[in-house]
Ligand binder design. Structure first.
Ligand SMILES: CC(C)(COP(=O)(O)OP(=O)(O)OC[C@H]1O[C@@H](n2cnc3c(N)ncnc32)[C@H](O)[C@@H]1OP(=O)(O)O)[C@@H](O)C(=O)NCCC(=O)NCCS
Length: 153
């Protein structure tokens, strides 16, 4: 993993006791955030999700569903002033390793067609565009399309 240069970064399974912190980070990261109830259900229904703390501060999280044969990454978020430090890469690598361990054959995710930062991150791991979902996301100007990306494991 790229980021663990310091023990100050702590990657842990997402816990219900951190729900408020996760929701706060979700709110500050997206124009159209997930609701607290969706985040809570992802934790309670045991999605494969991890939080990253820097000291006591939540600085990122990933929520995925790892199954055979397919894994789905549903949410990947890094706090603004902690971006471009490799945390996003580390979270993706965590899911790739867990998915491989559990014999998943591929990873799927959706990304806004206008989200170039995230697309550049996924390209680094060789995710390929396999389709487009029309009007998948809410946006300022109505709806925005999503690319569907796939990584064969
Ligand atoms: C996308 C996101 C998770 C990346 O997290 P991050 O911790 O900054 O990512 P990393 O530092 O690990 O960067 C990895 C790669 O992502 C790409 N990337 C990240 N930020 C970028 C930027 N501002 N511009 C261009 N490329 C960027 C680069 O390819 C980068 O590799 P490099 O450092 O070798 O250039 C983060 O920007 C974020 O939380 N964005 C808002 C939420 C979001 O869009 N989530 C994804 C939904 S699909």
């Amino acid at each position: 993993m790229s980021v663990r240069k310091s023990d100050l970064y702590n990657y842990i399974p997402m816990s219900i006791k951190d729900l408020n912190k996760i929701y706060d980070l979700e709110l500050e990261s997206y124009d159209f955030p997930w609701t607290k109830e969706i985040l809570r259900d992802c934790i309670l229904y045991k999605y494969d999700s991890f939080s990253v703390f820097f000291n006591e501060n939540l600085v990122g999280y990933v929520i995925a569903k790892i199954t055979y044969p397919e894994t789905h990454i549903l949410n990947l978020t890094v706090k603004k002033n902690f971006r471009k430090k490799g945390i996003g890469k580390s979270l993706i690598e965590l899911i790739i390793s867990e998915a491989r361990l559990r014999s998943s054959e591929n990873i799927l995710l959706e990304v806004r067609v206008g989200n170039f930062e995230a697309q550049s991150l996924y390209e680094k791991y060789n995710f390929q565009i396999i389709g487009t979902r029309k009007n998948y996301y809410e946006s300022e100007n109505g709806r925005e399309d999503a690319y569907v990306l796939k990584l064969d494991l």
